[in-house]
Unconditional design. Structure first.
Length: 581
């Protein structure tokens, strides 16, 4: 249902302050009693009051309040002072205190509409709709020609579930203004809540009679029918939109909703296709209508994905100069697993508008997912020209440099990005993790291990760091006891990971516990380790130390066939013995 809601904001002077102050003592005196001030008291009052105004402008709230209180000591019936003090309490967000003060201002000057309007707002702020209604009922009686007060009163009645009173107020307003779209839609909504469907229909029909050439009004009528599950009448109303405006996208989308309820998928997609072709319909509206294809369960099992895909293609063709269409299409392709095409569409969108960091990030994550580090390097360089201090982009840039073997550039990128991480501990841990990897590759082992330590201080369960730290310690034959503890914890967290199992086996191997190492490395092999020439080589080393020399040679040769060309491996095969790195 499409309802136009209007909120009337009553302006008032709001003054900020850090602490809530006590409300001045309210003197209960009859408004009919007049205080006659002497000429001296009048001069004092005027001086204090205008000094308060001057200090208020300067933001000296405590002194402002002090002078206003002094004013009340001279003239306790000054409604203006209560009004000013109420505004100060509003600035302190002391709405209950402000209401008490403003109540006094209204009591002392009941004819001042500004006091009453602000008091009405305060009642609403303090969840007292009945109090606000009472104020606006008074305002409507005092100012019968003021349509704004009558409109606000109607809304207050509706908020307080006094639907009949709200409709009566709207009727009064309509008698002054004539048929009005906002009023008709408000009344329609209220009739629906009261269960009076026929009167709801009549409100929209009156709108149509008043302006039979406005397509939106037929849409409103169709929405009411649709809400009440009268699909045939809804379909007729929506069709009337197209009779007036053949290419109206909203009309086609509305008909599509009916078709979906009728499980008529052929017409549903046909209507959607026509709606997307409406060049005058904003892309944001179309994207909103396409979101169910991304997130709703209604279409996840739909077999003909080509027709859905064509809708997104049509969106990018109609709005070829708007980046959003390509990003939404890329999101759909990503959900369908077509990552390369998704990346292509992200790039097209970024070619139109490269100012959205989130789009860059989505594309980078996909590039990492498919292992396209060459393009990741090129694209992160471009993104960092636009967002030079975006830490995530620095992280991805450093990762890409690492993959290309340029450790020096990777180190610079990671160190630069780390400066801008701020309070994001997870991201900071990632930086220290990658810095550890880069520094170890640059043979700066002490600094590498220091970064691993910092990463684990942030997240002691970071399995990547636990694995890498353990493995590098085992390669250096240093602190093997700690290496075993770390990799044991890693295995607890991810028991079926072949890489982590291999590291565990290698730590045990380095500690001379060859039988245990054999048991663990075989688990790694069973969990996909046969795809890694390093794991296969380690398997051969462990078999050798367990006395199975012939089988060790088979595994070493298998590692060689898989592309492992290390000199150490060649020596093992040539001499048929285990050789240390």
């Amino acid at each position: 249902m499409r309802y136009l809601l209007s909120t009337i904001i009553i302006s008032s002077v709001l003054i900020g302050c850090n602490t809530v102050k006590k409300v001045p003592h309210v003197v209960q005196e009859s408004p009919s009693k007049n205080i006659v001030l002497s000429s001296m008291d009048k001069r004092k009052f005027d001086y204090f009051f205008y000094e308060a105004q001057r200090l208020k402008v300067q933001g000296k709230i405590d002194k402002t309040k002090m002078y206003l209180v002094e004013c009340l000591k001279i003239d306790s019936l000054s409604s203006a002072c209560y009004y000013e003090l109420a505004n100060i309490e509003i600035g302190f967000k002391n709405f209950e205190g402000a209401q008490e003060l403003l109540t006094q201002a209204v009591r002392l000057d009941p004819g001042n509409k500004w006091y009453k309007m602000l008091l009405g707002d305060l009642y609403q702020q303090n969840k007292d709709l009945a109090g606000s209604i009472k104020i606006y009922e008074q305002l409507v009686l005092q100012y019968p020609d003021n349509e704004e007060f009558l409109y606000i009163l109607s809304q207050l009645y509706a908020q307080n579930t006094q639907y009949e009173q709200a409709i009566n107020s709207y009727n009064q307003l309509e008698s002054k203004l004539g048929i009005n779209e906002v009023i008709s839609l408000e009344k329609e909504k209220l009739y629906i809540k009261l269960g009076k469907k026929n009167l709801a229909y009549k409100e929209i029909e009156n709108l149509i009679k008043d302006n039979p050439y406005e397509p939106r009004y037929y849409g409103f009528l169709g929405d009411v029918y649709f809400y009440n599950k009268d699909l045939e009448k809804a379909k007729q109303a929506y069709s009337n939109i197209l009779s007036l405006d053949h290419g109206n996208g909203l009309g086609y989308f509305s008909l599509a909703n009916v078709a979906l309820q009728e499980k008529d998928t052929i017409n549903f997609f046909s209507y959607y296709k026509s709606a997307i072709k409406d060049k005058d319909l904003a892309i944001d509206i179309k994207v909103q209508r396409l979101l169910p294809f991304l997130f709703s369960n209604d279409f996840k099992g739909y077999s003909d994905t080509t027709v859905i895909n064509n809708l997104f293609i049509s969106l990018t063709e109609i709005h070829k100069d708007e980046a959003k269409g390509y990003s939404v299409y890329a999101n759909y392709l990503q959900n369908k697993g077509n990552l390369k095409q998704a990346i292509s569409n992200y790039k097209k969108g970024l070619g139109i508008d490269n100012s959205d960091a989130s789009v860059w990030q989505e594309m980078f994550l996909l590039q990492i997912n498919i292992g396209d580090f060459q393009n990741l390097l090129l694209d992160t360089k471009e993104a960092l020209i636009i967002f030079p201090n975006e830490p995530v982009f620095c992280l991805f840039n450093g990762m890409a440099f690492m993959q290309s073997g340029d450790n020096k550039s990777a180190l610079n990128a990671l160190q630069h990005g780390l400066e801008y991480v701020d309070e994001n501990k997870v991201l900071k841990g990632q930086f220290h993790s990658y810095l550890g990897d880069v520094l170890y590759s640059m043979n700066q082992k002490e600094k590498a291990f220091s970064n691993y330590e910092m990463a684990l201080q942030i997240d002691e369960n970071n399995v990547v760091v636990l694995n890498n730290f353990s493995y590098y310690l085992s390669l250096d034959n240093s602190d093997l006891e700690r290496a075993e503890k770390m990799i044991s914890k890693c295995i607890e967290l991810e028991p079926g990971n072949a890489t982590y199992l291999d590291t565990y086996a290698w730590v045990l191997f380095k500690r001379g516990r060859y039988f245990e190492a054999k048991y663990i490395i075989e688990r790694a092999i069973d969990n996909g380790g046969t795809e890694s020439n390093v794991i296969v080589e380690h398997y051969g080393d462990i078999l050798y130390k367990n006395g199975n020399v012939s089988e060790a040679l088979i595994q070493w040769k298998k590692s060689l066939d898989m592309g492992n060309q290390s000199e150490v491996l060649l020596k093992k095969i040539e001499k048929n013995i285990y050789v240390e790195d």
